[in-house]
Design a protein. Structure first.
Length: 277
DNA sequence: CACGAGACCTGTTCGC
DNA sequence: TGCGAACAGGTCTCGT
C-alpha cells in the first residue's frame, strides 16, 4: 500500500490522531520487541533495544515514502515497501499474524509494524540523513519547480515510467501514482525523458502534484487485502484497469510491462511520439 | 548510462 | 473443486 499519499496518511494519523485516536506524540517508550530480525536494518538488536528505552516521541515526519518517527534524541525511520502497515493500539490488543516490530509505550499504548512480505525495513539512527541522503526532490515541496524538473528530465535518456519511480530522481512516486500522473499529463510511459518540451514538463509536474494531493485527500488507495481505509482506488483512471475503457475517449486501457512493473495507459490519450529524425 | 533479470517474501486471484 | 501459475503499493544488486 505505500506510496507517498499512503505514508502521509499514516504520518498524519500518528501525529494528529486519526479516527482511531492513534496519535503517539509525547509518549515515552518503555521497551521494544523485535519479532522478525531482518526488519531492523540498523543497528543490531541489542543496541536498539537498549537505546530506545525511555525515549519520547516528539514529532512524526515523512520524507518520500519514509516515515520518520522523531524520538529524543534518535530517529526511528520506517519504510513499508510492498506490504508494510502500522497500527497503534492498547497493550491488551492481541499480537497479529505478520507483526514484525512492537514499540511498547508507557501509558497503555503500543505501535506495531506489520508486514506480511517482510520487505519493510526499520532504521534506528541519530541522523536521518544516513538513510535519506540519496533521495531526489520531494514532489510536494515548494522547491519542486518546473525549472528544476525540466532540467533534471533533460539529463536522462530514460523512459518516463521507470525514471519517475526512481527515488533518486524524484522521491515518493510508486507504480499507481506514476501511471495516473502520466495519464493526466497525456504522456506515454515509454516517452524518453530528455525529449520533453518545457510545456510537457510543466504539465507532467502539475499532473504529479495533482495526483499525489488527490491521493492524500482521499487517505491513499486501498487494494486487495492490504487495506487502510483510503478511497483513491475509486478514482483510478488507468491503474489496474487493463482492458476496461478509458473514461475520456472510450479506448480500451492497455497493460504492458516496463521495468518489470505492470504499466497501464490509454493508447489514444497517451500516444507515443517518436523522436523526429 | 540504461536496462533486464533475479532476490527478497507471503497471500490472493486467475486459468485450466 | 483443485492446483499451479501469475501477480501484487518496492528496492537492491549484478551482468550486459
Amino acid at each position: 500500500m505505500p506510496e507517498l499519499p499512503e505514508v502521509e496518511t499514516i504520518r498524519s494519523a500518528l501525529e494528529n490522531g486519526g479516527r482511531e485516536g492513534s496519535a503517539i506524540i509525547g509518549l515515552r517508550v518503555d521497551y521494544a520487541e523485535l519479532l522478525w530480525q531482518r526488519t531492523l536494518a540498523v543497528p543490531d538488536e541489542a543496541a536498539f533495544l537498549t537505546r530506545i528505552h525511555g525515549q519520547v516521541v516528539c514529532r512524526v515526519q515523512r520524507r518520500a515514502k519514509y516515515l520518520d518517527i522523531c524520538l529524543e534524541p534518535d530517529h526511528l525511520l520506517m519504510h513499508l515497501r510492498m506490504s508494510g502497515d502500522v497500527r497503534v493500539e492498547p497493550h491488551s490488543a492481541a499480537q497479529q499474524k505478520h507483526d514484525r516490530l512492537v514499540i511498547w509505550f508507557e501509558g497503555g499504548q503500543k505501535l506495531v509494524f506489520n508486514d506480511p512480505r517482510k520487505f519493510g525495513r526499520v532504521w534506528f539512527v541519530q541522523d536521518p540523513d544516513e538513510v535519506l541522503l540519496g533521495l531526489g526532490p520531494e514532489p510536494l515541496a515548494e522547491s519542486f519547480t518546473t525549472e528544476l524538473f525540466f532540467a533534471r528530465l533533460r539529463k536522462h535518456n530514460r523512459r518516463l515510467k521507470p525514471l519517475l519511480m526512481d527515488q533518486a530522481f524524484l522521491a515518493g512516486m510508486g507504480n499507481i501514482y506514476t501511471d495516473e500522473a502520466l495519464f493526466k499529463a497525456k504522456l506515454h510511459p515509454l516517452t524518453i525523458a530528455s525529449t520533453l518540451s518545457v510545456e510537457e514538463a510543466e504539465d507532467l509536474r502539475i499532473a504529479i502534484v495533482t495526483v499525489l494531493l488527490e491521493g492524500v485527500r482521499r487517505n491513499g488507495a486501498s487494494i486487495d487485502w492490504v487495506y487502510r481505509g483510503g478511497s483513491f482506488q475509486n478514482v483510478f483512471q488507468v491503474y489496474g484497469r487493463g482492458g476496461e475503457f478509458c473514461n475520456i475517449c472510450g479506448t480500451p486501457i492497455a497493460r504492458i510491462v516496463v521495468g518489470q512493473r505492470g504499466t497501464h495507459f490509454c493508447p489514444q490519450c497517451q500516444p507515443l511520439k517518436l523522436p523526429e529524425n
